[in-house]
Structure formats: C-alpha cells, structure tokens
Ligand binder design. Sequence first.
Ligand SMILES: Nc1ncnc2c1ncn2[C@@H]1O[C@H](COP(=O)(O)OP(=O)(O)OP(=O)(O)O)[C@@H](O)[C@H]1O
Length: 831
Amino acid sequence: MASKSRTGRRKKTTGRKKNNVQQSFVADEIIIWLTLAASILLLLSIFGLGGAAGGAVSAVLFDLFGYSTYLVPFLLFGAVTFVLSNRGNKAAYVKTGAAILLFVLITTFLELLLEEGGFLGGAVTGVLVPAIGTAGTYVVDVILMIICAVIITGKSALKGVKERGGQAYGRAREDAARRKELAQTRRMIRQKEAQRELEEAKKEAKALEKEEKESLRRKDRHVSGVSFDTTLGEKGKSPDVKEITPPAGEDLFAQEAADMELPFEETKEAVQAEEPSFVINRAQMPEETIREEQPEISGETAAAEEKKTRRTKMGAEAVAMEAAQVGQMAAEADAAPKKEYRTPPISLLTKGKNTGGDSDAHLRETARKLQETLHNFGVNVTITNVSCGPAVTRYELQPEQGVKVSKIVGLTDDIKLNLAAADIRIEAPIPGKAAVGIEVPNKENAVVHLRDLLESGEFKNSKSAIAFAAGRDIAGKPVVADIAKMPHLLVAGATGSGKSVCINTMIISILYKASPEDVKLIMIDPKVVELSVYNGIPHLMIPVVTDPKKAAGALNWAVAEMMKRYELFAKYNVRDIKGFNEKTENMTPEEREGKPGKLPQIVIIVDELADLMMVAPGEVEEAICRLAQLARAAGIHLVVATQRPSVNVITGLIKANMPSRIAFSVSSGVDSRTIIDMNGAEKLLGKGDMLFYPSGYQKPARVQGAFVSDKEVQAVVEYLKKQNGEASYSEEIVTEVNSTASSLGSVPSGDVSAGGDGRDAYFAEAGRFIIEKEKASIGMLQRMFRIGFNRAARIMDQLCEAGVVGPEEGTKPRKVLMSMEEFEAYIEENM
Ligand SMILES: Nc1ncnc2c1ncn2[C@@H]1O[C@H](COP(=O)(O)OP(=O)(O)OP(=O)(O)O)[C@@H](O)[C@H]1O
C-alpha cells in the first residue's frame, strides 16, 4: 500500500512538473506574440500610422528618447525574446543589459551631436558634460559603445586589427620573397649575358689576334704603339665585374624582411601578455639526459664546446662504455671463471629529438577556446594549469562554485566540436586535485624513445631488476614501474594499438637492467613473428614458444616450478624469493655445497592470450590463475597481452588474478570496461597511447608508451648473443614442456580429441559430473568443460553407449541410469 501511494505521489509530482513546463512554455509564447504586436504598433505609431493613442505614445517616446525612439520597438522585441529563450543563462542577461546600455549611449551621442537625444540624452549629457567636457563625453560615450558592442557580439574589436596586421606582414613577406626571386632571376640573366659577352669577346680577340698576326706578317713595321690589351680591354672587363659585385637589392630586401619580423615578434609577445595566465608544463625530454652526460665545461668555452660535444657524444659514450667493459673483462679474468653479463651499450638505441609538442601560442589559443565554449553553455571555469605531454595536453579547469562536474562531462561532444579535436577525454575530477582535467590530442605527436627513459634518473635509480620503462605521463615525466610489484600484468588493446611495442620495451628494459642470473624470461608467442627475434639471448630459459600446445606446457612447468620453490622456501624457513636469496648469499662456500643457488626471478610473457585460449582454454586458464594467485612470492611474474578484450578470452577468473592492467586503444566502451572496469580506453589515440593501471593506482593514468623499433631490438639481441654467448637452454624444462605438449596434443585441441579407446578425454569426468548432478544435458557439459557443442554431443553419445545415460527423449533431458559406484566399476573394467 505504502509503496503504491508513494508511486502515485511520484507520478503526480512528475505530472505536475510536466504541467509546469507546459504552462511556462505557453506563457513564454504568449508574451513573445504580445511583444511582437506591441513592437509593431509602436513602429506604426512612430511613423504616424497609429491613430490618436499611437500618436500620444509616440509623442511621449520622442520626448523621452529623441531620435533613438526609432530603435525602441526593435530593442523591446529583441530583448524580451532573447531573455525568454535564454532563461537562467547569466551570459544572456549580461548581453541584454549591454544592449540597453548601448541604447542609452546612442541616445547620449545623438544629444551631443544633434541635440536630439530627448529627456534621457539630455539627462546623461547634463551630468557628463559639466564633469568631463564635451570632448571627454564623446570619448567616454564612444568607448562605452564599443565595449557594449563587444559584449553583445562576443567578437574582439582588436582581433581584426591584429589579423590585418598579420595579413600585412604576410603580404610584405610574400613581396620580399617575390622580389628576392626576381633579383635572383635577374642575376642569372645577367650572368648568362656576361658569359655570352665573354665568349663573344674571346672570339673577337681571337679574330683580332689572327688579323693582327696577319697584318703583322703583311706589314710589320706599319702599326706601332697599339697594344692588344687596349683593344680588348673595354669589352672584356664587364663580366668579371658584374659577377663579383654583390647584388645590392638582395641585401636590401633581406634587411627589409628582418625589419618587418621584429614588430611581428613584438606583437606576438604583446598578444601573449594579454592572455589568461596559467602555467604551461611541458617535458623537455632529451635535455635532462644531455645535461646529465656532459662533462663539466667551464666559463666561456662551454657554449662553443656544447655543439661539438653533442656531435661527438655518441662516440665518446661508446668509448667510455668500451673502456668500462675492458675493465670489467680484466676484473672477470682475475676473479671468477664465470662469465659476467655485459649490459648492452645504450648507443644501440635511438635518441629522441627535442620536440616539445604544440607551441605555447597554440596551447593558449586552445585554452581560450575551451573557456569560451564552456562559458557559452553557462559554465564558468578558470584554467589553472596546462600540462603538455608527448601526445596529449591536459587542461586543468576549476569550475565556479555551484557548477556540477557532470555538466562539464555532459558537454564533451560540444567541446570536441569547438576544438575540432579527434577525441577528448575528461577526467572529472583529477584524483587528488580540486580540478577537472580535459585531455586534448596534440597537433604534433612526439615519439617517446625508450633510450631517453632508460637514461632517466627514475629508471637508473630503480632498485628492481625487473623495472619497466612504460613511457611518459601527461606532464612528460617518465613512468617506471616495477614488474615485481605488479605482480602480474594484463596488456590489452585493439590490433595496431601498440601492444607488441610495449612488450618489446618491457623486455629491453629488463635486458638493460638485469643479468641472466637475476632474471630469466619465458616467451610465448603464438603469433610467431613478434618475439622470435629474442631467440638466443642468455636470459631465455627455453627457446621462444610458438606452438600453442607447448605454451600450455610451459605454463604448467611454471606452476610446477612455483610449487618447487615453495617447498624450498618451507625447507629454508623463508617467506619469499628475496628472503631465500639473501639466505643463500650469506652462506659460506662450505655451507653452500650441494644446496640450490640463487633463484632468478622469472617473467613469463605471453603475446596473444586469445590464441592460447582457443587451443586449450581450460588448461591455460587454470595455469594462469594458479600462477597469478601464488607466484608473486616465488618470484614468477606473468605478462599477458591480448588484442581480443572479450570475456571469453579475459575471463572473470583471469581478470580477478591480474591486478595490473594496461589498456591501449580499443573500439568500444564495452572492451574498455572488460580491461580496466571503466570507460576511457575507447578515447585513446592509438600508437602507444595507453591507460596505465597498475595495482596501487586509484585511477588509470594516461601515458604515452615508449617506442623501440624492430631494428633497435635486433641490434640489442645481436650484441647480447655476441658478447654473452648463445643461451644455454634448460634441457630439463624443454623436455618437460614438450612432454606436456604431446600429452596435451591429444586432449583438447578443438573438437577432435579422443582417448586411447576412441573415447573422449573428458569421458570419465563428464560421467561423474552428470551422475553427481543427476542431470544429463549437452549444454551443461559445454559450460563445465568449456568445449564446443559437437564435442559435448559426442561425449553424451559415448555415455549413452556405455549405459550411463538413457537415449534422447525429444525435448526432455536424458535419464541418468548409473550410480556413482556402478560408473566407477565400469571405468575400472573398461578403461
Ligand atoms: N609507443 C609508440 N610510439 C609511437 N608509435 C607507436 C608506439 N607503439 C606503437 N606504435 C606504432 O603502432 C604500430 C603498431 O604497433 P604494434 O605492432 O605494437 O601493435 P599491436 O597492438 O601489437 O598490433 P597487433 O596486435 O596487430 O600485433 C607500430 O608499428 C608503430 O608504428
């Protein structure tokens, strides 16, 4: 009853609300029509067509406003309709107020100019003229009129001036370029002419010489005192002179252009000074590393040396690295016979260019547009901070008191439209800040090179052997994570979004940080092409696994290894791998004899979980879950990547056991929710743009992933193979993986699987399950064993043949004919 009456009340309230809305809409409409009528009547009256009453009203208006009376009908209608249609919008009220003030100012102006401002104009001038004089009143009046116009139109009056200035500058620049071109063409023509003249002159000289000789021969003593040079002189001088003389015009134009650039720069600065003030944070990526690596150069020489050092830095670095390696080799020869791991030189990786994203001017312009767009929708915000990251820029907004955050989120599409951005992501609010973050893609995308991150303090100072340089965050700061703390990571995203590059950066990070004694890798790559390049590096425990059946074997081996490690820990009375390694390290060589040595951390990397789940869903899921639940203390960590973030690949169980996630760009919000339990990844830009969500973060962080090319990977692998020798794979593991694989091969590869006697491998289990549940249905078997319909139906037929279940009975379920004891006896006899 109570609930009924409540529902009734709610209905009534909704109905009342609807009625109210309807009524106010009708009232508005009536007011607008009435205002239109009044305005038209006024207009007619003003022009003497309003009859006696109209005439009286018009006389009063003319007395009040003078010539401005002509504007009254328009102002009346405009103001009423504008206010009604923008009810509740503060901006609209301000604009209406500005329009009324403009009317008063016009009236004042008419009073000043023609003494036709009526009572109103007279009153205003009566106050202003004695106070600031007629000229002063003109100035104040005009300036106020301009301000009103700016408020009403929302357009800057100065913008036109700026634009025109810019256009003039552009035109002047074009002119200068054109003149330069002309001068060049002219110079070329002159050169050609000169050449032609020279040739002609030569010809003439030859001819003359010939003539001379001939004449000399004929009448040698007749001509004297005329030298050959003098004859040639006048014609010969021009070409050289012309060539050497610098074209005076060109310099002049260059100077002109330089002169013009100066004022433009100044205006730019002036414009910037006008803009709202907020801090722009941007990452100066490679510079920090340059500073770190440069030797100290004193005083004036520093600037001159800087250029040189930059150019020769790679070489110097390589030399230093080589020298360090030689020292290491010598130490090795002295100390242990065991081969020390040689970290690959950093010069094998590419250094990033110093591209700092979009220009400050562009960021300020976008910030202004953002503010204006929100303002137009009645949301007033202040921009407090701008962080320019490698791929996106985050604008931090502080809304005015009383503005709902959800209102800003609701304006996403309008902001996108006004900024002409491909996609924007709104973080409302930014965790730990009293601000809303709007992330807008940069016009210029900067690639984050892995080398810059490996050289950063964050990575170098990380104590973990399995530190991973993920990329740079929105403020351009390096993001370095510790895989040991993750402790298992799920990487998902659409194809081409950057997963494989991310896995590569992770592997290379490990190779630069840890020796094979400390960290071992197992790589599973059903896609074959992605990780095979690493075959042969000393960190690999077994060659890269490309066969999905063997992959399940490798995972099973890891489970067994984990259990073995736990037994060891129990024996040595330690809690985890760290404790165990500390204990073995502190042992004397005698104590150590015959006991297991230091245990390496193991990172298992799977690039494409979907392929594994297709072949052996049950085994793979089970192994992953067991590892994920327990492997942390044993020092075994899983990194699983997939391009199919659907629930049958990333099952609930897998998800629950993988606390750290990286989401790359996906096609829909559903996929995003499958990966990180919230929307957002569908708004990413691809190419390494990711939402990084390791365990411990409150919200995913937007990070631009590091980039490492296949060529760089190849170079590092080649170096490792050459310097550290080929990997010596653990025979024991390889055979174990292979044997598991061959046993697996007969089990669940799709629907074609049968036991030794032609029965399905799940026959016994299915029989027990059906007897236990006392219900025989194919769907149940499908769900239980995660198998297809065909295979489940075949198992059911086999159970029917064995007399465990009865035959099909139309739509009714089959009867269960055996008890558990009978079935166990049957199995013992027949299998
Ligand atoms: N961090 C990054 N910075 C710049 N570009 C990147 C980055 N990551 C990936 N890309 C670009 O995206 C392309 C695709 O990346 P990648 O091969 O890693 O995708 P994927 O998700 O593994 O795709 P698939 O699932 O099909 O293998 C790369 O060739 C590269 O050009």
